[in-house]
Design a protein around this ligand. Structure first.
Ligand code: ATP
Ligand code: MG
Length: 572
């Protein structure tokens, strides 16, 4: 391809709305253009890179035995009614009506459609296991679309779904996808690590996310450098040490006018935050429950929701709090509360703590939790942070930031039950199929590559994903001898299967060098009258400063050898 004929404009300045480096570079290198918030057009260069990621995904899915299908993005809402998710998906799902006034959705994911499909196609154990996948556009009305392709309203996902005869068989399908994901991200040149994850709205039993470590990542990852335990902060556990406090006198009510927060209380009482117990009132599927956490910790709502097995968990409003506790917000406490009370495990054995007194402007000191309140259960409820002890080995853990590029779930029979997706086993009895589901954000993965691989001058593409493997800079477009060498080299490299972008523009060399760095082809080849006079063409890797002068007749071999070495380094 010749740059002079390519729809490609590089930009000197960062786009105003771009907050993270990969977003800036994707726009500046002419890969994407914004239509409106969370909606992007892939320009020729960006689409080439996207196709390369998709092809890697496709090859590895096929290798793992999955079969490609393509399901509609537009889905009848009835399907979502059957799974019960029409109510729980909330405003994140785009809804619309067709001309017959039938409610439709733009698919944010495809569990419903695929389960309905397989329920109709599979009748016998002989057809199982079966894993299908698609690479397709998804729609999500994100609260805050941002970071370019990272969190878009319309994006491309690879979603795969496995169907098995038993939980054990489903484990094997899960493992096959897990292994395929490891290869996919490796081939994309990404350093992505699997971490234990929360299962969220999709339901199901167990899941791993594949995280690309990056400071700009929206997810917190808890990581134990000692034993390798890693989990999304949404689910991370810790080795909690139950309190072992000495006995204390009976509770004493203390006037605490307007002291509603832990900060207010530490100032008033002059003691550290962990001497207080926070009492948080929630509504779980409409019923009030209380969560108790030490004053210096935060409740992990995901853990709490999972513990309660609730479809919906929201903080109670002021009126509910007043009704349940008898006091305004800020003065709730466990003593005398009659709703279910769940306390963090570290509060087991806690004595001499201060809590709300369920009375306006009053707190209770000298509270011994098990003596003075009736706690339903002690469970791990808090957000785990840096320095907390690892649940596996007890050593201190660290917190890191990550970008979720993929997610694998064991779903069990949650969806096959709703859709009556059964098969006949070898004894002729009907059984539910066991499911797994597996997503990769293809467009997010592409941008994650840029987030992880760039320098001050621009993108550094791994050769597997690069729009063009070679940037061939024609420095003197008016010199026939130079043009002849470039034409010849371009054809020879193309014949060897290498993608070459010839910068044949009437621009100064400085501009071409700058742009080559910005668009980030892994191999740069410079052909100019000066170089030819010195004895050849200049070859340089994007990752290195070293320039090698190679005689013209050896250039194609040398470039092809570099390309092979770069490819092999990605996937040994
Ligand atoms: P997140 O927590 O980032 O919102 P999710 O857990 O909702 O993602 P999944 O339902 O697991 O996402 O979707 C599978 C994959 O699709 C994710 O791992 C991610 O790579 C990608 N993805 C999800 N939402 C978006 C989005 N708004 N824009 C781009 N990619 C997305
Ligand atoms: Mg996810």
């Amino acid at each position: 391809m010749r740059w002079s004929r390519l729809l490609l404009a590089t930009l000197r300045d960062d786009p105003q709305e771009a907050e993270i480096v990969s977003h800036k570079l994707m726009v500046r290198a002419g890969l994407i253009r914004k239509l409106s918030g969370g909606l992007y057009t892939f320009m020729p260069l960006g689409l080439r890179a996207l196709h390369k990621v998709s092809n890697i995904v496709r090859e590895e899915m096929d290798r793992a035995g999955a079969q490609e299908i393509l399901m509609p993005a537009l889905q009848p809402a009835e399907l979502w009614e059957r799974s019960g998710r029409l109510a729980t998906m909330g405003p994140g799902m785009f809804r619309l009506k067709d001309r017959a006034e039938r409610l439709m959705t733009l698919g944010p994911t495809h569990e419903e459609v695929v389960t309905d499909l397989l329920a109709g196609e599979v009748s016998s154990y002989r057809q199982l296991p079966c894993t299908v996948y698609q690479i397709q556009t998804k729609f999500r009305d994100e609260i805050r679309p941002r970071f370019g392709l990272m969190r878009a309203k319309e994006f491309i996902m690879k979603d795969a779904y496995s169907f098995d005869t038993s939980l054990e068989a489903a484990d094997a399908s899960y493992q096959a996808m897990f292994d395929a994901y490891v290869r996919i991200f490796q081939r994309c040149g990404l350093d992505a690590r699997p971490v234990e994850a929360d299962t969220g709205d999709i339901g199901g039993k167990w899941s791993h996310e594949f995280m690309v470590l990056a400071d700009s990542g929206e997810d917190g990852i808890i990581d134990c450098p000692a034993c390798g335990y890693a989990a999304n902060q949404e689910r991370a556990e810790h080795a909690d040490t139950p309190a072992n406090d000495p006995e204390c006198p009976s509770p004493l009510a203390v006037d605490t006018p307007d002291a509603r927060t832990i900060d207010d209380l530490t100032a008033l009482f002059g003691c550290p935050a962990d001497r207080f117990i926070k009492t948080l009132i929630y509504l779980a599927d409409g019923k009030p429950v209380a969560a108790l956490v030490p004053g210096d910790r935060d409740l992990n709502e995901n853990k709490f929701k999972r513990l309660l097995n609730a479809k919906q968990l929201v903080m109670a409003d002021d009126t509910t709090i007043e009704k349940v506790t008898g006091a305004p917000t800020g003065f709730s406490g466990p003593v005398g509360l009659t709703i279910p009370i769940y306390a963090d495990r570290t509060l087991h054995g806690a004595t001499d703590r201060t809590t709300g007194a369920n009375k306006a402007d009053t707190h209770l000191t000298h509270v011994s939790l098990e003596r003075d309140a009736s706690v339903t259960a002690f469970e791990d409820l808090v957000i785990v942070g840096s320095g907390d002890a690892c649940p596996r080995c007890g050593k201190p853990m660290q917190i890191k930031r990550g970008i979720e590029v993929g997610h694998v779930f064991k779903l069990g029979t949650k969806y096959t039950e709703s859709f009556d997706a059964t098969y006949l086993n070898d004894k002729g009895q009907s059984e539910l199929m066991v499911m797994g589901c597996y997503g990769i954000g293809v467009t997010r993965t592409l941008q994650a590559v840029v987030e992880q691989s760039h320098d001050a001058d621009g993108i550094i593409w791994p050769i597997s994903v690069a729009p063009y493997a070679v940037s061939l800079l024609l420095l003197d477009p008016k010199d026939p001898a130079v043009c002849a060498v470039v034409d010849d080299l371009e054809q020879t490299l193309a014949a060897r299967g290498l993608d070459v972008l010839v910068d044949d523009r009437e621009e100064r060399p400085g501009v071409k060098f700058k742009d080559a760095d910005l668009i980030g082809s892994p191999i740069r080849v410079v052909v100019g009258a000066k170089g030819l006079a010195k004895g050849g063409v200049e070859i340089k890797l994007r990752t290195s400063k070293e320039v090698t002068l190679v005689p013209v007749e050896q250039a194609a071999d040398a470039i092809a050898a570099q390309a092979t070495a770069l490819t092999e380094a990605l996937c040994p």
